[in-house]
Design a protein around this ligand. Structure first.
Ligand SMILES: [Zn+2]
Length: 355
């Protein structure tokens, strides 16, 4: 079958991959809508850990079920479902210790397009359909469901792990798709003031729409100093890092409050080496600032909950989609759009025809 693969680091292309094999609890699916994301860009161009040769890429997908295994209870062929980007193996013993993202090994929850073939292919397999696939509620569109499988849950994970309290001042560093959903998540969790840090006009506009009360551009100078000045010298109660290079981590520690502040990171820091921890604003190691480093929450129930938020009109993640392409062939173009980020782009989706 036709599939879009990582040939070697930095090089992608089309490949004739073997069809997925059906397992007793699993399902075989056909993509209906796909989205490449920044983490695909990192997988290809970021020089991460070693990947299998000709690994099928992709983990953001709404799909139609083609076939189910003999022990699958809740799903039938023909059904269109949302496929979570993070698909923990719920039989991993680490799950019993509430270690959902890294139950059996680092990043064991992130399987699609990493330790298992991804979704950028004519077919893909899911080993455990009942615990993984998410039912799309009535009234939720394919586009909305597609945004829930990764972007919404990741942004919301950043907001949840920040421990937001009513009345908080929350800074969100990076307002690409994930940061925009972190803004939305912070608003829903009770943030009073939301300072969005970013400058692309298309993102700034949506940040305001999703609940940002203030916008800070990197071009305005030191954003950490600005946040402190805006908060009477105290700093933000919570900082959510959703983008930026290594210095974003130092800025987050700089701009968060002493004693009760939390930095919640869902950003990918590429390369090797260490992140900079500012000794002074870190209180020489005694500032009482909490740092959380989180992989997005996934699995069936989580993504169904994200889609409930859409169904009842609480969130509008379809607004993130600025570009639409038709046909599986367009995945390559879509991936390069995510890499090159033209001014008017937030998120691109690819619709795949039926057969
Ligand atoms: Zn993604």
């Amino acid at each position: 079958m036709k599939s879009f693969v990582l040939i070697e680091p930095g090089k992608v292309g089309w490949f004739d991959s073997p069809l997925p094999v059906l397992s007793p609890y699993g399902a075989i699916l056909r993509p209906v809508a796909l989205a490449p994301c920044s983490s695909d860009v990192h997988t290809v161009f970021g020089g991460g850990s070693k990947k299998a040769p000709n690994l099928i890429l992709g983990h953001e997908c709404v799909a139609q079920i083609v076939e189910v295994g003999e022990f699958v209870r809740d799903f039938k062929p023909g059904e269109v479902v949302a496929v979570p980007a993070i698909t923990p193996d719920w039989r991993d013993l680490g799950i019993q210790e509430h270690n959902f993202g890294h139950a059996s090994a680092p990043f064991s929850g992130h399987q699609l397009g990493r330790s298992q073939p991804g979704v950028f292919a004519e077919r893909f397999g899911i080993p455990d359909a009942d615990t993984t696939l998410a039912k799309i509620p009535e009234g939720v569109t394919v586009e909305q469901a597609l945004m829930c499988v990764d972007v919404v849950t990741t942004g919301f994970t950043g907001a949840e792990c920040a421990g937001i309290q009513f009345g908080d001042t929350v800074a969100v560093i990076g307002i690409g798709p994930i940061g925009l959903m972190a803004v939305e998540g912070a608003r829903h969790l009770g943030a009073a003031r939301i300072i969005a840090v970013g400058s692309r006009p298309v993102c700034v506009k949506l940040a305001r729409e999703f609940g940002a009360t203030d916008i800070l551009s990197y071009k305005d100078g030191d954003v950490a100093e600005k946040v402190k000045a805006m908060t009477g010298g105290l700093g933000a109660d919570r900082v959510i890092i959703c983008g930026g290079q290594d210095e974003a981590f130092a800025q987050a520690v700089d701009m968060v409050r002493y004693g009760i502040g939390t930095v919640s990171n869902v950003n990918y820091f590429g390369g090797t080496g260490n992140l900079p921890f500012p000794k002074f604003s870190g209180g020489r190691g005694m500032a009482g600032k909490t740092i959380r480093t989180e992989l997005a929450r996934g699995g069936r129930v989580r993504i169904q909950r994200m889609m409930e938020m859409v169904k009842y009109g609480r969130i509008h993640p379809e607004k993130l989609i600025t570009h639409r392409l038709e046909g599986l062939d367009k995945i390559e173009e879509a991936l390069y759009l995510m890499k090159e980020k033209p001014q008017d782009l937030i998120k691109v989706m690819v619709c795949v025809d039926g057969e």
